[in-house]
Design a protein around this ligand. Structure first.
Ligand SMILES: Nc1ncnc2c1ncn2[C@@H]1O[C@H](COP(=O)(O)OP(=O)(O)OP(=O)(O)O)[C@@H](O)[C@H]1O
Length: 240
């Protein structure tokens, strides 16, 4: 398995607070890495460093063999990095379809007709086709999460970053979401998924990483990580 992404001793501080502290990480082509960690551990910041929303103070970000550390988010998006945000921020006054079209044109630089076909395909896959003409601002929580995922997919990512998309969903909805993510994974898309809903993560992750205070607390096969006494103590509050 070749590497699609690697972080090399990446650090980021906000004032005196070191939010990412010399993290190195490699992701294989087609791999799904799950990220867990307590609130404020630095998980979203790690995504920001990968997507380019935040530049590191130190370290390098490599994507498909190229140093992308200095590239802005839209350039990284065109290279194939797509992301969803923890707090969905669709263009509320636009329809679902228009929201996707922006993603396809911005992310892929596609001509409008090709972009439209791609959007229809993504809407079908994410179960939003019937709501294409609905204003994004009027969607339910589940549909807002679907739209967040659909918008990222419309950029045709090779690497998809998912930030807490299962939170607040019913068990049935979470299962549906897991099925969709499995389908995307089967198409060869590499993924990193930050999620507090552990059972959803365990259903798809090839590997788990636990972050605490901006550093790696544990990393490895999902079951081994979940059984790690330090993970149980710090993350799940279980004294062992
Ligand atoms: N732009 C910023 N300016 C100042 N502090 C920030 C900024 N972004 C993040 N932080 C701080 O960095 C720390 C890590 O934040 P981050 O959002 O990466 O954590 P997280 O692990 O994703 O948390 P959660 O699970 O609550 O989403 C927090 O203490 C947060 O307040």
């Amino acid at each position: 398995m070749g590497e699609i992404l690697s972080l090399e001793r990446v650090s980021k501080s906000y004032g005196a607070l070191k939010v990412t502290d010399g993290i190195s990480l490699a992701l294989g082509e087609g791999e799904m890495l799950g990220i867990l960690g307590p609130n404020g551990a630095g998980k979203t910041t790690l995504f920001n460093l990968i997507s380019g929303d935040v530049r590191p103070d130190e370290g390098r970000v490599m994507f498909r063999g190229q140093d992308i550390t200095a590239l802005p988010p839209h350039r990284r998006c065109r290279h194939g990095i797509g992301r969803s945000y923890q707090i969905p921020h669709p263009f509320s006054g636009m329809t679902v379809f228009e929201n996707l079209l922006v993603g396809a044109i911005y992310g892929e630089g596609m001509a409008e007709q090709a972009a439209e076909s791609l959007c229809i395909e993504v809407l079908e896959k994410t179960g939003l086709l019937k709501k294409s003409n609905q204003l994004a601002g009027s969607l339910t929580l589940l549909d807002r999460k679907r739209l967040e995922l659909a918008r990222a997919l419309a950029t045709r990512p090779r690497l998809l970053l998912l930030d807490e998309i299962a939170g607040g969903l019913t068990e049935h909805e979470a299962k549906e979401l897991v099925r969709l993510i499995q389908e995307i994974k089967a198409q060869g898309v590499s993924m990193i998924w930050i999620e507090h809903v552990v059972h959803a993560l365990l259903a798809v992750a090839d590997r788990l990483l636990v972050i605490n205070f901006g550093t790696k607390l544990a990393e490895g096969a999902p079951q081994a990580v979940m059984n790690d006494p330090e993970v149980k103590r710090v993350y799940m509050g279980i004294e062992v």
